[in-house]
Design a protein around this ligand. Structure first.
Ligand code: B12
Length: 474
């Protein structure tokens, strides 16, 4: 039995809310979700698993077509975000044409949010809702026992959707989330070429992305993770993964958790283990500004944390309240001040164009940025993402007049553009402000000199210079 997971080439590009040039930059990151699903499968004999990351490997549709026709896999799995749905569909059509017996399974955020609409797409045979490790394994094992499993067998697999023998759409009850993350095998990094993933702002040539928790207890209304069950790996388990990589010569880690410092005790324990092990590693994390104090920051720095990505969002308390961010502007000031004191790089994620945001609110954000002096800045335009609380709120307030994400999920159209919903600014005005905020920040002598000083080699210098030119001349 042969299973291939495919990350499709980025042929379609749905304009994002983030800074367009940064979004299109040459940073290629691994799909950790897929690596976890692949790892869970491999302990089972008789299943061959392969991952094709078209973007990391530089594969075109033409090359993929040849691979699909040659390999004729039993199942192909895709990790589908609403934003890469069109790309996944394009490759799925190739599969239908060149390997018609292959079953196609969509997992990830998009089918989880829109199960019925996804399953209705002609090029989809199965969907997996929520976490895929156990669900997909059950599905694969059912297939491994013979040809198509009977409906009765499929009906027992929690968290899948499929067409019955009669052609009816069936969505099974959801599966409970995985409680014990320590029991999961580490992501199947050996199935991809780690060296092909790049990050413009990394400080070594060799870094690995890891995830140490899932879910988030916070309630920010624009985020998909809002109040999802928070679970975390133990410090010892994370150390095992880090030591594995150190043994392979990797000394830099990107901890991709939405908020690494939610559990203060765990954070300090983890840092203590790292300090004791003295592995000489560096790592970066994301954190909320209100989950860090002087003591935690000291531990982070001592254990090798060199950068923290903070969701600042706005300098206007009114907008922070609207977004249900649960922080005060002073929390932002404090976190940036303490991190600076300990010599940790600070990246501020801000957003403009929140539905009720005025020019004065945006001015407050710009003023705050000048005050807290981040080392990196990422300015997005507030976008109601599919099925988020913000999206539903704007629909009930009448600012969104029809459910355009649902429409897109049902009839994915390449001409779709992400709408920006602002009472006071046009999309063009928002883009202009976003560009000028980014440009002003990255053209300041403080940032230019710092970046030159931190550049590792000629390749990184050229990549940074290209990005700078894009930012300045956009
Ligand atoms: C890392 C990351 C990225 C990375 C890598 C993407 C990836 N899919 O891994 C990059 C930088 C490329 C990225 C880009 C974007 N991202 Co992003 N990203 C994340 C982030 C922070 C972590 C993803 C992750 O590794 N999670 C951990 C793993 C274990 O979970 P998982 O990916 O969900 O996978 C599990 C299940 O979903 C399922 N599963 C996943 N894939 C598959 C496949 C199969 C076959 C099966 C069976 C199961 C399965 O099983 C996995 C294991 O349990 C998430 C937030 C989050 N915490 O999840 C946002 C998130 C996924 N991103 C999001 C968005 C909006 C974007 C962008 C549009 C941002 C932008 N630029 O404006 C772009 C879109 C790019 C594109 N064209 O696809 C949204 C998705 C919303 C949606 N409806 O699609 C999220 C949820 C953020 C948010 N809070 O709103 N992102």
């Amino acid at each position: 039995m042969k299973i291939i997971f495919i990350i499709p080439p980025n042929t379609h590009y749905i304009e994002p809310y983030s800074f367009v040039k940064a979004d299109k930059s040459n940073t290629v990151r691994p799909y950790l979700g897929l690596l976890y699903v692949a790892a869970a499968l491999r302990n089972d004999l008789g299943i061959s698993v392969r991952i094709i990351d078209s973007n990391a490997e530089g594969l075109t549709l033409e090359k993929l077509k040849k691979i699909i026709a040659r390999e004729a896999p039993d199942i192909v799995g895709f990790s589908v975000l609403t934003f890469n749905l069109l790309n996944c569909m394009e490759v799925s059509r190739l599969i239908r044409e060149h390997s018609p017996a292959t079953k196609i399974c969509y997992g990830g955020w998009h089918p989880t949010l829109y199960p019925r609409e996804t399953l209705e797409l002609e090029c989809v045979d199965f969907i997996v809702i929520g976490e895929g490790e156990i669900t997909f394994k059950e599905l694969a094992l059912a297939y491994n026992r013979g040809k198509r499993p009977a409906d009765k067998e499929l009906s027992k697999i929690k968290g899948i959707g499929y067409r019955t023998a009669e052609g009816k759409l069936q969505i099974n009850p959801h599966r409970e989330v995985i409680g014990e993350l320590d029991e999961m095998p580490f992501p199947a990094y050996d199935l991809v070429d780690v060296g092909k993933y790049s990050n413009l702002l990394a400080c070594t040539n060799n870094s690995v992305t890891i995830m140490t928790s899932r879910g988030c207890p916070q309630g920010c209304i624009f985020c998909d993770m809002r109040r999802t069950p928070y679970r975390f790996r133990s410090p010892g388990n994370i150390m095992d993964e880090i030591k594995f990589w150190v043994g392979k010569g990797v000394h830099e880690f990107f901890i991709q958790d939405d908020n690494f410092t939610i559990n203060r005790k765990r954070t300090i324990e983890f840092c203590t283990l790292l300090i004791e092990a003295d592995l000489g590693i560096k790592y970066k994390i994301s954190s909320r500004v209100d989950y860090l104090d002087e003591e935690v920051m000291r531990y982070l720095k001592k254990s090798g944390c060199y950068r923290i990505y903070f969701g600042v969002e706005s300098g206007s308390q009114r907008i922070l309240n609207y977004l249900e961010k649960g922080i005060k502007v002073d929390h932002i000031r404090d976190a940036f001040r303490i991190a600076e004191k300990y010599g940790i790089d600070r990246c501020a994620y801000i957003m403009i164009g929140c539905p009720t945001e005025t020019k004065e609110d945006i001015e407050l954000t710009i003023r705050l940025i000048k005050e807290i002096r981040p080392d990196h800045l990422h300015c997005s335009i507030c976008t109601p993402m599919p099925m988020t609380y913000l999206y539903h709120k704007l629909m009930s307030d009448g600012l969104i007049t029809h459910d355009y994400w649902l429409e897109f999920a049902g009839r994915p159209d390449p001409s779709f553009k992400t709408p920006f919903i602002s009472r006071f600014f046009s999309p063009e005005e928002l883009r202009k402000m976003q560009n000028s905020i980014q440009r002003e920040f990255y053209m300041s002598p403080r940032i230019i000199l710092r970046e030159i000083g931190k550049t590792r080699n000629a390749r990184q210098f050229l990549a940074k210079a290209k990005m700078a030119i894009d930012v300045i001349f956009r």
